[in-house]
Design a protein around this ligand. Structure first.
Ligand SMILES: Cc1cc2nc3c(=O)[nH]c(=O)nc-3n(C[C@H](O)[C@H](O)[C@H](O)COP(=O)(O)O)c2cc1C
Length: 371
């Protein structure tokens, strides 16, 4: 075997290892965080190997010696360069979101950005690998179809399958006092009220449900607890203030996640205002509104609360929880519903970070109530 063909074969093996590593990293709800971070390091070590193997091609490209004799060559080179840029950005964001290996690096530390970059890398890697096959393939059209399918599948994995798994298969166990109790913030003369909404307190879910089968369900000291309730408890503990739960009084949401998704989707389309227990906000000067994102927006019972409570002149601080989509369009919606109030984004917490959210909440609210 010539040196050239050996290099090519090693290159292909490294490509495949890198792709498999990326896929394995996307399954991090099964592997856990530490394995995810270690796999990340192995991935970037492979990248260095890949760059060394391809060094003569890179030198030729930099010296302008690569012949762009077809549109496919130009396309392939553009994809390779884009892939390189995305991998570098992914490396930076990996350190930014790292909780174990690089806890002090926060640059580009946004989980959403990290996931989108991983999806871009997975998709571009599928096209990049596919183009190698394309140049050798006799049936070019078939090669193009296969590349498109691989790219679409990679995109679907990153954009849909991973968030779906996060929402449906996440298993969270927390020790209540460890998650909730800690340092206090002196709010002085300010009087905040924490108002929260959580699916668990508004659904027909059986309390025997295993947390594995019910998305967004966590167990605190072995008891099922809504994620947003846990966040509300963290806030009431640190601010020594009361809390109120938004509770529907009519029909509760179904006891399964998938059925709730469809009911919630219909409610959003219809701009439904489910009836809720009255939440008395009089006597408070600010509301800390804790809510899950539903269909990229607020659950409609939260809209019922905002329309029914007199929050004029009050500050409303927003703490959202979600499975991938930041604040979505919830802030715009809340601003339009809470006319006359001062609405502030505080933090949108990714579902996996909920059990350890006290620290970030403490830092944010210490700033808010510092005077
Ligand atoms: C009906 C429904 C719709 C959801 N829609 C979204 C969504 O559009 N974007 C998102 O990131 N998460 C979405 N989620 C996930 C929740 O926002 C997330 O799991 C949240 O932490 C649940 O909090 P809870 O258990 O206190 O209700 C949805 C969950 C449900 C039940």
């Amino acid at each position: 075997m010539s040196k050239q063909s050996l290099k090519r074969k090693i290159g292909i093996i490294i490509d495949i290892i890198m792709y498999v590593l990326l896929l394995a990293q996307m399954l991090y709800i099964f592997t856990g965080n530490i394995a995810h971070e270690i796999l990340g390091i192995v991935f970037f070590a492979n990248l260095i190997g890949h760059i060394i193997i391809k060094s003569s091609w890179i030198k030729a490209l930099l010296k302008g010696k690569i012949k762009f004799d077809s549109k496919a060559r130009v396309f392939s080179t553009v994809v390779t360069m884009l892939l390189f840029v995305c991998i570098i950005a992914l490396a930076l964001s990996s350190m930014g979101v790292s909780r174990t290996l690089f806890p002090d690096i926060t640059f580009l530390g946004y989980t959403d950005l990290h996931r989108y970059l991983a999806t871009a890398v997975l998709t571009l890697a599928a096209i990049h690998g596919g183009m190698h096959g394309y140049f050798r393939a006799k049936k070019k059209k078939k090669a193009v179809v296969l590349i498109c399918l691989a790219a679409a599948a990679s995109m679907a994995i990153g954009l849909f399958a991973v968030p779906y798994m996060n929402r449906h298969l996440r298993k969270v166990e927390v020790q209540y006092s460890q998650a909730v109790e800690g340092e206090k913030i002196n709010t002085g003369s300010k009087k905040p009220l924490v108002v929260y909404f959580t699916w668990l307190e508004n659904s027909q879910v059986s309390h025997d449900t295993d947390a594995v089968s019910g998305a967004s369900l966590l167990r605190a000291d072995g008891e099922l607890m809504g994620s947003n309730r846990l966040i509300a408890d963290m806030l009431t503990d640190m601010l020594s203030c009361p809390k109120a739960s938004i509770k529907v009084t009519g029909g509760k949401y179904p006891g399964t996640y998938s059925k709730t998704i469809s009911v919630a989707g219909d409610e959003l389309k219809e701009k439904a205002r489910p009836s809720i227990e009255k939440v008395d906000v009089s006597g408070y000067d600010s509301i800390i509104l804790v809510y899950p994102l539903w269909w990229g927006n607020i659950p409609m019972p939260v809209a019922s609360f905002l329309e029914s409570a007199d929050t004029k002149g009050m500050d409303i601080y927003l703490v959202a929880t979600q499975g991938s989509t930041g604040y979505g369009s919830s802030v715009k919606e809340i601003k339009s519903l809470a006319d006359g109030s001062d609405v502030h984004e505080v933090v949108s917490i990714y579902c996996e970070d909920i059990p350890k959210a006290r620290e970030v909440l403490f830092a944010k609210f210490k700033e808010i109530y510092k005077d």
